[in-house]
Design a protein around this ligand. Structure first.
Ligand SMILES: [Zn+2]
Length: 509
């Protein structure tokens, strides 16, 4: 394989040098004088930009994100004509025959408040099935192509609206939406192309690897898409995959993604939900919500039930990653995990989000080597957090500095599509916290390590940034050591390299 030389780089310790990759490995890291490289090697002049180990997002939902990306946002549509125009724009971007989906229209905002009908949109969508959901999510408009694709022509009953002549109007309701949703294409090919679009965006943002959580309701198709791309060598990024508890039976029988055990895409473990979210007041708290004293949130499992599930996952040799945001849920997760971790936690079981995590819980995690996967962007996005938790408790919400000082491994991630996929934004949030509990802010080196060494370790990829390691690298467009956070936020990835191959690059080829 042709080599790749990144020259005129800066390292995080401010020294200058470069990296030469060959055969998917880091062949040489040099400081000072340039090494001799084969004449046919590709050479990239980094112009002083910083070279880092490839950045890793340790918690994201790329399939959910690709679904959102392909949906048309129809909020604010003011008339049937405007609805038609927006659908036309969506059809132009789609291949012939591909589904065009969207959400957010509201006939209450249209002149005359009349429900739209299939005739209003058929003219701009002759060859593409269209399904667009009303803002409420309980009603959708289908075009004629969608009705015939789904074979709904003869359906009767209140869920399928019919006009005075008895023909379907294109408006379907409630249960019919679920039926439509379930039939909208989740073929492996379509999911694969959606995933590739997310990978391209991730590579542009400097990500070399994702900890990819597949959906509880679509895991079979999503794993098939990953397997398809993996076997054809078409995955741009590395994927460490987490499957839902419902798939444990199949996983145990070796029937789940037998092709997903390679270095590019590998099933690592099982994602479990212990509670909900602070925003919806469903995160499980030890004490009630400050802005809803009758409510302490909701646990997904009883204590014993969660412990049994964790034991099952552990005994299958899988890594358990448990979504827990409220302190009650984190406590429950620690209780379940500590039964199987001993002091060193060899399966590297993790708590995802680990939101409200006071000192007693942090020290129990440290004692059992339980890891965390956190989302620094939550700190700046959860603007209502102080209302939910009050002035005292908010000090223990996402306390990154304390977690690292007390020896916890805390990897960084986006939870995309909840937050932007950008690791640069994540690092910036961890450094600044938007001024929220600023004493828990961390420095750039530590924040970057959340997206490099700690994320790698949390996904069983702990190779040192050293010769012989897989050549996953992120090259930034400037020397970032000592840079002010406000400037760091504007840094752009100049290149992203996976297995020695640039999956994103500006200005060289
Ligand atoms: Zn998530």
């Amino acid at each position: 394989m042709k080599g790749l030389l990144l020259k005129n780089c800066t390292f995080l310790d401010s020294s200058a040098g470069g990296v030469y990759c060959e055969g998917g490995r880091i062949e040489k890291i040099y400081r000072g004088g340039e090494p001799a490289v084969p004449p046919d090697a590709a050479v990239v002049d980094a112009n002083g930009g910083t070279v880092l180990p490839g950045l890793i997002d340790s918690h994201c939902h790329p399939f959910e994100y690709s679904w959102l990306k392909r949906n048309l946002d129809l909020r604010g549509t003011s008339s049937v004509v405007a609805l038609r125009l927006r659908i036309q724009a969506g059809v132009l971007r789609a291949k012939p025959g591909e589904w065009v989906v969207g959400m957010g229209w509201d006939q209450e905002a249209f002149p005359g408040r009349k429900m739209p009908a299939k005739e209003d949109i058929d003219g701009v969508s002759p060859a593409n099935p269209v399904a667009v959901t009303r803002v409420c999510g309980h009603v959708a408009l289908l075009n004629s192509a969608a009705i015939s694709r789904l074979g709904l022509g003869s359906r009767t009953g209140p869920l399928f609206e019919r006009g005075q002549g008895g023909e379907l109007t294109g408006i379907v309701k409630e249960g019919a939406l679920t039926e439509v949703g379930a039939s909208i294409p989740k073929t492996a090919e379509e999911l694969a192309s959606g995933l590739q679009a997310v990978e391209s965006e991730g590579a542009r943002l400097g990500l070399a690897a994702l900890h990819t959580i597949v959906s509880p309701d679509g895991f079979r198709e999503e794993l098939a898409a990953l397997a398809l791309l993996a076997t054809e060598g078409r995955l741009a990024l590395r994927h460490r995959i987490y499957v839902p508890p419902d798939s444990l039976g199949l996983l145990g029988e070796g029937k789940l993604g037998p092709k997903l055990a390679g270095p590019r895409a590998r099933i690592n473990g099982v994602k479990i939900f212990a509670d909900g979210s602070l925003g919806a007041r469903t995160a499980a708290l030890r004490e009630p919500y400050s802005d809803d004293p009758s409510n302490s949130g909701l646990l997904g499992y009883g204590d014993e039930e969660l412990a049994a599930l964790v034991e099952r996952v552990d005994s299958m040799g899988q890594q358990a990653i448990i979504h827990a945001i409220g302190d009650r849920a984190v406590e429950q997760a620690i209780g379940a995990l500590s039964r199987v971790t001993g002091a060193t936690n060899p399966r590297r079981h993790r708590i995802e989000h680990a939101g409200l995590i006071p000192r007693d819980l942090r020290s129990r995690m440290a004692r059992h080597g339980i890891r965390a996967a956190v989302q620094p962007c939550f700190v700046t996005s959860d603007t209502w957090a102080q209302e939910r938790l009050g002035e005292e408790r908010i000090r223990d919400l996402y306390p990154f500095r304390s977690m690292l000082r007390e020896g916890l491994v805390a990897s960084g991630g986006s939870d995309c599509p909840v937050e932007s996929l950008s690791p640069i934004l994540g690092v910036w949030s961890a450094m600044t916290r938007g001024g929220i509990v600023p004493e828990e802010a961390i420095g750039m080196d530590e924040a970057l390590s959340m997206y490099t060494s700690m994320a790698a370790s949390n996904g069983f990829d702990d190779h040192p940034f050293a010769e012989g390691s897989p050549a996953d690298l992120t090259l930034l467009d400037s020397a970032v050591a000592g840079m002010h956070p406000a400037l760091f936020r504007k840094v752009k990835p100049f290149a992203t390299v996976v297995d020695g191959v640039p999956v994103h690059s500006y200005g060289f080829g």
